[in-house]
Design a protein around this ligand. Structure first.
Ligand code: MN
Length: 759
């Protein structure tokens, strides 16, 4: 019975879509009279056929949506391929009967790539799917890196969906609104598309936090007249003043958009009435020179607010944004934020990367590449990040580059994120400079590598051939580039160390058993353990992932299948023969070798190494109480020995702790300290306590080697009234710990022999 009605309704809807499409095409050919209309008509017919019988939640035919998306893309002045992709963007998603290949055959490779990218992104939940968030985000950026028009179509899609969000259930609304604020608006900002960003934020804010939105909207509406009167008066004054100077300018005013006001109120914890920079004035002039003239005029006639002037013409933001910013106030105490720019700068600021498709012929590939560089670099640098908070921290830095500009000695500008250090600067200049940086000179003053740079700092990096990165550097760098390079270097160094350790462990067992392995056999041995080659086999042993006994047993079975005499399994502790072999600690310059802070061994002490997975090797005193526990994990204890030159002299200084007990007497302490000083040892810290049984003092010393330490101890023992001198095991070097040591029981382990005394 309803059939005639239905048909009529359908016909009316079809006519509506056709009209909407025709208008869109008219507009498109106004911007580009050579635009490929036949292809666009084909795309429209294709979409209309595939979406036939599908409706949106609003009850409208589905086709209305892709046509509106195309319309938004026309407003961005995009090319025919992007418009076609906009028309087709949902056919793969909503109608599974359309494979992407069909799009490719009918509309070419570019259109298919864009549609495919948009479809993939639309399937992801970018903020609510915690588990796959990082992967999804990376996949999205990969799609964008393939063709940036993917994100432009996605922006248009999201804009139209937000405009019609009322029809969706509340939880879906909230998800889309959050995703827009967390992902798409920041991306629009990063691609320099201020206009799209504002609209995304304004629409999404309404749904993400309906109460705050309604409250703020009402408050602003109440003061609307007040705001606009103030702005218009200000604009009139400026316009008149500039034209009197013979400088025609387009001067316009605005009240900031609600979401940015909201953010300001939240981040500064203020009420609307306390926010003074709600009003903005924009001055558009012909040339960059005129921008500075207009600025001069403003600063002469109004009071500029301290610290609010920014020259983004001289130092463009990394998304290409250029303008002069200043904040001034007039006699009426109206405060306005002023942006001064040329017409071209204005277009770049509003349209960003979309603008590069404006003219079909001269597509600005160079500029697109520059804008896409951060996407590719982010993908490269975030490759190994598994920790979501680290990932988002890095992403935030890349999406909201709050930049500073430091200078090389030659005056080249190095843009860096705010908070970047001298070490970041070094890596930004060149990886090799970064890897060998030992300090920096900023404004004529020597500063450490962790020094935080400010805009216009002139920085000279001091390098040294012997300098190498250390794990601490990861705390000093802020940029992804520096972090990645340091990590790469540490990984390589760790691999080399593991190879050395593994080689040592395996070789020693073989030597003991009198086995010699021909070079070529090693490849087979490595393969047996699924290792690429001999180096990787040793590295696995050195890292503690593979027991040296397993490798040894395997090799023995390869070389000597039937041993006549069963060798007694070695239960002897590793490192018992440390003096004879083992890893040589040469000057402790390997960043992956650390001196254990519990026992502070010095060159000359008998030592053992403990492999800490992923952190390299920690060197303990053989008598360290902690070693007793570590011995249970004997596979990871390895022999090490000091390099001879370090034992004799040269290296250091090495930290070590001693305790000196004396019967209380005037002048004892000064005698003790001068005695220590007379040996050439350094006192880093001292803790003194007077107890009923006398004066106890603990010292943290810096010595070159065991010989020097022994000299300290034996000399101290000869000081009158000194009762006892011990070496100590300590957890660290801060005051509290030394204080605790005095109270606790010392652990003596350096027995002095008479022949070690003074020379
Ligand atoms: Mn869509």
């Amino acid at each position: 019975m309803n059939v005639p009605d239905e048909t009529e309704k359908t016909r009316a809807e079809t006519a509506y879509c056709d009209r909407l499409f025709a208008e869109t095409m008219q507009l498109a050919s106004r911007f580009d009279k050579n635009i490929d209309l036949p292809t666009l008509r084909r795309a429209y017919r294709f979409a209309s056929e595939r979406h036939k019988g599908h409706f949106r939640s609003s009850g409208e035919p589905y086709l209305v949506h892709p046509v509106h998306v195309a319309r938004i893309l026309v407003d961005l002045h995009l090319d025919a391929q992007t418009l076609a992709a906009g028309l087709l963007h949902d056919v793969v998603e909503d109608d599974l009967k359309t494979p992407i290949e069909e799009i490719e055959v009918n509309f070419g490779n570019d259109v298919a790539t864009i549609v495919d990218g948009v479809t993939k992104i639309s399937r992801m939940q970018l903020v609510s799917d915690k588990e796959n968030q990082i992967d999804n985000f990376r996949k999205m950026l990969l799609a964008v890196a393939k063709d940036v028009r993917v994100i432009l179509v996605k922006f248009a899609d999201r804009l139209h969906n937000l405009r019609t969000l009322d029809y969706l259930p509340p939880e879906k609304r909230l998800r889309i609104a959050r995703e827009t604020l967390d992902v798409y608006a920041p991306l629009a900002h990063r691609f320099g598309m201020a206009r799209v960003r504002r609209e995304l934020e304004e629409l999404a804010f309404r749904y993400a936090d309906p109460e705050a939105y309604a409250r703020l909207e009402a408050q602003v509406a109440q003061r609307k007249d007040e705001y606009w009167n103030a702005i218009e008066q200000f604009c009139d004054e400026i316009r008149a003043g500039l034209s009197k100077r013979g400088m025609p300018a387009e001067v316009s005013g605005r009240v900031k958009h609600l979401y940015s006001i909201h953010n300001k109120m939240v981040s500064e914890g203020k009420e609307l009435s306390e926010i003074y920079d709600l009003l903005g004035v924009r001055i558009i002039v012909e040339t960059a020179d005129q921008c500075y003239d207009a600025l001069a005029y403003l600063h002469q006639h109004y009071r500029p607010l301290e610290g609010r002037f920014k020259d983004y013409i001289g130092n463009p933001k990394s998304n290409g944004y250029q303008s002069l910013h200043t904040t001034v106030t007039n006699n009426q105490r109206t405060v306005v934020e002023v942006q001064i720019r040329t017409r071209e700068m204005h277009e770049v600021a509003e349209e960003g990367i979309a603008r590069h498709w404006l003219y079909k012929e001269g597509r600005a590939t160079g500029e697109i590449d520059a804008q896409m560089r951060w996407v590719r670099q982010f993908l490269e640098w975030s490759k190994d990040i598994r920790d979501p908070s680290e990932f988002y921290e890095q992403l935030k830095i890349d999406l909201f580059p709050d930049e500073i500009f430091a200078l090389t000695p030659k005056g080249d500008v190095i843009p860096l994120p705010k908070g970047a250090t001298a070490l970041d600067f070094a890596f930004a200049v060149h990886t090799e400079v970064g890897l060998h940086a030992s300090g920096a000179i900023v404004g004529g003053r020597i500063v450490p590598l962790g020094y935080e740079l400010q805009t216009s700092d002139s920085v000279r990096i001091i390098t040294s051939a012997n300098q190498k990165p250390s794990r601490d550097w990861l705390n000093l760098v802020k940029t992804a580039k520096a972090r990645t390079r340091v990590k790469q270097w540490l990984r390589q160094a760790e691999f080399a160390l593991n190879v050395e350790i593994g080689h040592d462990l395996v070789e020693k067992r073989l030597k003991k058993a009198g086995l010699v392995i021909p070079e070529e056999e090693w490849a087979a041995a490595a393969a047996a353990f699924n290792m690429k080659d001999r180096e990787h086999l040793f590295a696995a042993v050195g890292a503690g992932d593979l027991a040296p006994e397993r490798v040894f047993d395997h090799i023995r079975s390869m070389v000597a299948p039937a041993p006549t005499k069963e060798e007694a399994p070695q239960k002897e502790l590793p490192g018992a023969d440390a003096e004879a072999g083992g890893i040589v600690l040469s000057g402790m310059d390997n960043p992956l070798v650390r001196i254990a802070r519990c026992c502070n061994p010095v060159p000359g002490d008998p030592v053992l190494g403990f492999i800490t997975r992923g952190r390299g090797l920690t060197v303990h005193h053989r008598e360290c109480p902690n070693i007793r526990q570590l011995k249970e994990d004997a596979g990871r204890l390895i022999p090490v020995r000091w390099e001879a030159r370090d034992v004799i002299g040269g290296a250091g200084p090495f930290k070590t702790a001693i305790i000196v007990k004396g019967s209380d007497r005037v002048g004892l302490l000064s005698n003790v300290t001068s005695t220590i000083a007379s040996t050439g040892a350094n006192i880093r810290h001292a803790e003194i306590r007077t107890l009923p049984d006398g004066a106890h003092s603990a010292f943290l010393l810096e010595v070159k080697n065991l010989k020097q330490l022994k000299r300290v101890i034996s000399k101290l023992r000869k000081v009158p009234n000194v009762v006892e001198v011990h070496r100590l095991a300590t957890e660290g070097d801060d005051e509290d710990e030394l204080r605790a040591m005095i109270a606790g029981s010392p652990l003596p382990f350096a027995e002095e022999s008479p022949d070690d005394e003074d020379e």
